[in-house]
Design a protein around this ligand. Structure first.
Ligand SMILES: [Zn+2]
Length: 198
């Protein structure tokens, strides 16, 4: 681990291991609410195009809807996530973890609705049904360790788990077992749980 990685810290909910891109698409969490859940998503714009800056523009509210036919439905959409992990492993941060980002929509987990209130949203550059790459798993693991040290995070789940039937990301090709193996002993419960090894 190099010196730069060791020095990554938090400042007002901004992680110095990420490139900051402050989005206006956020708001306060309920008073006294601390993030205890991480929700993993996947996104690419246009869907399946794993490069370019369209996702960044979407979360910043600056996407030109005329740029591509598939962007028409995104006109006026105000969404964000706290983090975006690119295929290269680069991490961008759009919203302070102290604030509420707008990533989960209508959602519930363990009988509680409105997951945005107490969660952190991490988008992976990708597409449901496609694999993710090693650089993304490494970056995600590093980010999750940093989050677990800074916030009382208990569980890591997918968007598909908090909005079943409505959302399907990150999808079947996301390797939850890989996260579980890498983050053993970190105090995080990775969902879905695998059967314990015999
Ligand atoms: Zn999602």
């Amino acid at each position: 681990m190099n010196a730069r990685r060791l020095q990554a810290r938090w400042r007002e909910g901004w992680w110095t291991g990420a490139r900051p891109c402050a989005s206006p698409h956020c708001g306060p969490r309920p008073p006294g609410e601390l993030p205890s859940l991480v929700i993993v998503h996947s996104i690419s714009l246009p869907p399946g195009v794993l490069r370019g800056d369209a996702v960044e523009h979407l979360f910043l509210g600056t996407l030109d809807a005329g740029r591509h036919a598939s962007f028409a439905d995104l006109r006026g959409l105000r969404v964000s996530a706290h983090f975006f992990v690119r295929r290269s492993g680069e991490v961008l941060q759009f919203v302070s973890t102290h604030e509420r980002a707008w990533h989960a929509g209508v959602s519930s987990w363990r009988g509680r609705e409105g997951c945005n209130d107490w969660s952190i949203g991490i988008e992976l550059e990708g597409l449901e049904g496609r694999s993710f790459v090693a650089a993304q798993y490494r970056a995600l693991q590093r980010l999750l360790r940093a989050l677990a040290r800074h916030h009382p995070i208990r569980e890591v789940v997918g968007h598909e788990h908090v909005a079943p039937g409505r959302k399907h990301d990150p999808g079947a090709r996301f390797e939850w077992s890989r996260l579980q193996r890498a983050l053993g002993g970190c105090g995080l419960s990775i969902w879905p749980r695998l059967d314990p090894s015999p």
